[in-house]
Ligand binder design. Sequence first.
Ligand code: IPE
Ligand code: IPE
Ligand code: MG
Length: 247
Amino acid sequence: MTLSYTDIERVPRHVAIIMDGNGRWAKKRTWNRLRGHREGAESVDIITEAARVAGVEYLTLYAFSTENWSRPQDEVVGLWELLGDFLEKKKSKLITNRIRLHFIGHMEHLPEKTREKALRVKRETEANGWDMTLTLALSYGSRDELICATKAIAEKVRVGTLRSEQITDATITEHLSTVGLPDPDLIIRTSGELRISNFLLWQSAYAEYYFTDTLWPDFREPEFLEALRSYAGRTRRFGKTDEQLGG
Ligand code: IPE
Ligand code: IPE
Ligand code: MG
């Protein structure tokens, strides 16, 4: 069955994706890993467009984890170059489509040229307002994010601007790098791995997960629609019973 966006009854407001499998996609073709990442960048473009057309307001893509720094140096360098080229190439399309570029993670750890380019493109996409937010998680790790939040909160308690009994769910949320973004409704992971790999641990407390064997460079519009359809068919109870939900 071919799916179309009008078949999707309930579109998630925030979709987050663990884009995995670029290396295996390239290896299957006896190509080097960077070719896999290049093809993966095409998927980023296609899925961003698909999400926009579907009415997703927030798309968050896990592009580089704090752990990915331990990959071979040439792969790390190649990934940052690819990111810079990609953002430059897609900038006008993002602006035309009113998509704001946003980042979470340790941007200060990126190579200076890539960081400057990324922040410049971000500013340009923000200048005239936006309908959708595309967040790239770069040098991002959720445990690290929680450590930073804990330190910031502890410091406020120390200097007396916050009392420990005032700490709530919202206090933690407001000290994370995702401040301002709603929690993800749907988290997709490609390539058959069934793990979270340090992604949005706090924010995903009530997210729906969708795992697929498809490798990220092969994850295109039909695969994305299938994930949206799976989400639309689920019941999110948030601890309640079906009867309470009127089901
Ligand atoms: C995901 O693909 C992209 C990044 C983590 C940057 P991988 O590079 O992890 O691909 P596999 O898992 O080796 O196939
Ligand atoms: C997770 O993919 C990180 C990103 C998609 C950026 P990895 O391929 O690095 O995850 P692990 O190491 O297999 O868990
Ligand atoms: Mg991987």
